[in-house]
Design a protein around this ligand. Structure first.
Ligand code: C2O
Ligand code: CU
Ligand code: CU
Length: 518
């Protein structure tokens, strides 16, 4: 008899506690950032201008980048205060060929110190533009580096300690496109702005006066999801449309948002071919109908518009269309996860003109990638991501976390122990994804990457080799590319040495000892 009584009491608690918690959670009013999905495409898409460089001989290109404040009109008749590069919002596209040398002079006319980092580029640590290469107001910084890596769609943005998120949010970012012999000989669409279109997707929040609002700390969640805006801009254009020819079109898509992920596809569910990941072309085109991009990631896709005579809408689909009620409610309280389960428009394509003799087919083979294996690796490291730290540490500019030997193939296990997503990014090298939760990655992840989405509780194994440059005195960064997480200290420093017995000679920066808080 008493056993039954205890069993009943136990059963009562088993049923009532979780439902009580679920009921309590469901009564909590949590602000959700609803992306405005009713706006009609109304503005022609801005195409970032190509950076005009002076070319010396055929190997050196020189140009100026001026970081400046300005006013941008995103909405009719409203001037918004913004930051930009050689303009009022975003910056010009750097386009250069492998083998050439790039010389840039970056002048900071902003009211604050900042840096400019070449995301995805293999450059010496001293030129990397990380938190140690500060450009003070009115100062300039010059870099000269050869382009040593293959064709890819990279980008540049600030990397000022504790300020990266805000500086990117205000508008400092641009594309950095590399071409090479191979990419030029494949017959891929490459008429910039016509059938080869860069798209940087960013979400922003505006106040009633049309000014940018940066308020990630006050969104009411327990763990910050980072800054989520309710207004989508593509290349700095609100509600954009773009005229395109009825042919194959290449889109170079960059998630340049601080924290929002996009689940990209077409409203008619058409498929497209993914041809490149962050750091280069895939071996062959991969047919897909959805593309997930986390902050910092890029993908190149080819879309066939030859059968279209009207409009085709690029949209962002819900990330998790059938959420688990209980988990979702919990996640909503913690991080506002429901923000990601919305569907909204990104860009409308309006197919115009005659189908010309332009590219109609894609080559079957795009690239040769030497796939690394676990067995070849000589070193293994583990990085545990919690909700805001890496291996339980917050970024400290005075501390070197890892020392890597140039040319060594390493395995990096990235383990997400938190309930939120973290896009993990490494400077100074492109890596390969060897496994995701013990399984071989999907075909579209079998290319060069510098940023990889690590979903909650996931474990991803990377193979990485820093084989270009060593500098025993200056570090590269690795970090979460959710920019608010990065600024909160989810970042570490690694130094590449020439050989195992070389000692590091790092001198911690004088003014910036520790930056563990934000
Ligand atoms: Cu795109 Cu360390 O950054
Ligand atoms: Cu980077
Ligand atoms: Cu993160």
């Amino acid at each position: 008899m008493s056993t039954l009584k205890y069993a009943l009491i136990l059963l009562f608690f088993i049923i009532s506690i979780p439902s009580g918690v679920a009921w309590y959670l469901s009564t909590q009013k949590v602000p959700v950032t609803y992306v405005n999905d009713t706006v009609q495409a109304q503005n022609t898409l801005n195409i970032p201008p190509l950076l005009e460089a002076q070319t010396y001989g055929d190997t050196l290109s020189f140009a100026n980048l001026i970081l400046q404040t300005g006013m941008t009109s995103f909405f009719n008749g409203i001037d918004t205060d913004t930051w930009g590069v050689n303009g009022s919002f975003l910056g010009p596209t750097i386009r250069i060929k492998k083998g050439q040398t790039l010389k840039l002079n970056i002048k900071n006319t902003l009211p604050e110190s900042t840096t400019i980092h070449w995301h995805g580029a293999e450059v010496p640590a001293a030129m990397d533009g990380g938190p140690h290469q500060i450009i003070k107001p009115s100062a300039s910084w010059s870099v000269t580096f050869p382009i040593v890596q293959e064709a890819a769609t990279l980008w540049y943005h600030p990397h000022m300690m504790g300020k990266t998120a805000e500086h990117v949010y205000k508008g400092i970012a641009g594309f950095f496109i590399i071409d090479d012999e191979n990419s030029e000989n494949l017959g891929l669409p490459n008429d910039y702005g016509i059938n080869d279109i860069p798209l940087v997707i960013q979400d922003r929040k505006f106040d009633e006066k049309g000014q940018l609002v940066y308020d990630h700390k006050h969104n009411g969640h327990m763990i910050t999801s980072g800054m989520l805006g309710n207004t989508i801009l593509v290349n700095g254009t609100f509600a954009p449309y773009q005229d395109i020819p009825p042919t194959l079109v290449r889109l170079r898509i960059l998630n340049g948002s601080n924290a929002r992920r996009y689940h990209i596809g077409f409203s008619d569910n058409r498929s497209f071919k993914q041809i490149a990941t962050d750091g280069g072309l895939l071996e062959k085109p991969i047919e897909r109908s959805r593309l997930m991009l986390s902050p910092g990631e890029r993908a190149e896709i080819i879309v066939d518009f030859s059968q279209d005579n009207k409009v085709a809408k690029l949209i962002s689909f819900p990330i998790n269309p059938e959420p688990d009620r209980f988990r979702d409610t919990l996640a909503k309280i913690m991080i506002g996860k429901r923000d990601e389960n919305q569907q909204f428009n990104l860009l409308e394509f309006r197919v115009q003109g005659q189908s010309s003799a332009q590219t109609k087919t894609l080559p079957e083979k795009l690239n040769n990638i030497a796939h690394w294996t676990e067995k070849e690796a000589v070193k293994k490291r583990t990085f545990r991501l919690s909700s805001s730290s890496i291996n339980d540490l917050k970024m400290d500019m005075a501390r070197i976390d890892e020392v890597v030997v140039k040319g060594d193939l390493e395995l990096w296990d990235i383990i997400n122990t938190s309930s939120i997503n973290h896009p993990f990014h490494i400077h100074g090298a492109q890596f390969q994804i060897l496994s995701r939760n013990g399984k071989k990655p999907d075909a579209h992840e079998m290319g060069w990457k510098d940023t990889v989405a690590i979903a909650d509780s996931e474990k991803v194994m990377l193979a990485v080799k820093f084989d270009q440059y060593a500098d025993p005195a200056l570090p590269y960064m690795y970090h979460c590319h959710n920019l608010e997480h990065e600024d909160m200290g989810m970042m570490g420093q690694l130094i590449v040495v020439n050989s195992a017995d070389e000692k590091i000679r790092f001198h911690p920066p004088a003014e910036t000892k520790s930056h563990s808080t934000h």
